[in-house]
Design a protein around this ligand. Structure first.
Ligand code: ZN
Ligand code: ZN
Length: 350
């Protein structure tokens, strides 16, 4: 806050609130000055907030927690300026906050932070966070091992997704990180093909992209399997994606730019004549949210640092025919990258 030139900040994005305070409820705002911090929430969370919140005083309010937080900050004589995260604030919210201020402060008191201060902290995971994320990723691997035994022609994509999600809960997941992707046959060419009532084909790829939430932290992995026997072209495309994925995993290391990691995958697919079919970036950060900074994309200059957790997920997509993606979660360490999702990646034929 000092470096950014702000004597106070208002935090309303719930993953940021959780990160800073431990509070997991669905309605809260945190106000932070150089001397103190206060979490505002409503009466539904009186007991929960008392149990979860450590580093801030809790105040139960009957109107909007964010408005209460703004009013509290404005009442602090030492605070003449408070920052908020413009990426997490709607125009309507900002208008509402301003209306709650005394007239003399309305124009100058609230200012957009140049960059989210909390998001930056969240990109570097500490040991406790890494332990939880490792466990979440391993649940994902166990789910994949299980689901492989259930896949057969004729069952629907939603049957696969339902079984995966049912088992996830039984294995301790709080929920799924995002809507499970199960895309078979020609639908595997849709990078984000949600599970439909389409029956699995006798012959063709099935892409499974899924993740679980454990203690608030998301896992994310993709495996593509084949039903029946692949043709030479399909086998070759799979081999190229696997090689690209492994090259990018090997490129992960402290100090390496995200653009260079992306290029490691892209170069392999370019060499194989598949550059055009790789239509998205190589990966993304993951943590309390499924998509966080840094972005592993072409030309990205952000440098990886120990404690970051990123996905590596190149893919190729041929409209109307087939698609393939392979995704791991990788933790950046001092000496390289540690794969958190060790499920098999050699092509599985079912
Ligand atoms: Zn994914
Ligand atoms: Zn992903």
């Amino acid at each position: 806050m000092t470096r950014a030139g702000f004597p106070a900040i208002l935090v309303t994005h719930l993953p940021d609130v959780r990160y800073l305070s431990g509070f997991t409820g669905s309605s809260a705002a945190v106000a932070i000055t150089r001397r103190s911090a206060r979490l505002f929430t409503d009466g539904r969370y009186r007991t929960q907030a008392a149990e979860e919140v450590e580093a801030a005083r809790v105040e139960i309010v009957s109107n909007s927690p964010a408005v209460s937080a703004v009013e509290w900050l404005a009442a602090e004589p030492s605070v003449l300026l408070a920052g908020f995260d413009p990426a997490q604030t709607t125009v309507a919210e900002l208008m509402r906050w301003k209306r709650a201020l005394p007239a003399r402060l309305r124009r100058t008191f609230l200012a957009a932070l140049p960059a989210s201060l909390v998001e930056g902290l969240r990109t570097i995971k500490d040991e406790d966070e890494l332990a939880v994320m490792t466990e979440a990723a391993l649940i994902g691997c166990k789910l994949f091992d299980h689901i492989v035994t259930a896949i057969r022609p004729g069952i629907r994509e939603i049957d696969v997704a339902a079984e995966l999600e049912h088992q996830a809960r039984l294995m301790g997941a709080e929920g799924m990180s995002f809507e499970t992707i199960a895309a078979s046959g020609a639908r595997s060419a849709l990078p984000h093909g949600r599970a439909t009532d389409m029956p699995l084909p006798r012959r063709g790829f099935l892409t499974l992209d899924f993740g679980v939430i454990l203690k608030g932290y998301c896992s994310d992995m993709t495996r593509t399997v084949f039903l029946g026997r692949p043709k030479a072209e399909e086998r070759r495309a799979y081999g190229a994606v696997l090689e690209a994925q492994q090259a990018a995993v090997a490129a992960v290391g402290s100090g390496v730019s995200c653009g260079d990691v992306d290029e490691a995958a892209r170069a392999v697919l370019r060499r194989e004549g598949l550059a055009e079919a790789f239509s998205h970036s190589t990966g993304h950060g993951v943590g309390l949210e499924i998509h966080e900074p840094p972005r592993i994309g072409s030309g990205q200059t952000t440098r990886l640092q120990p404690g970051m957790v990123v996905t590596i997920e190149p893919g190729v997509y041929f409209e109307g025919r087939f698609g393939i993606r392979i995704e791991d979660m990788v933790a950046v360490t001092r000496t390289g990258g540690q794969v958190l999702t060790p499920a098999p990646k050699a092509l599985i034929e079912l």
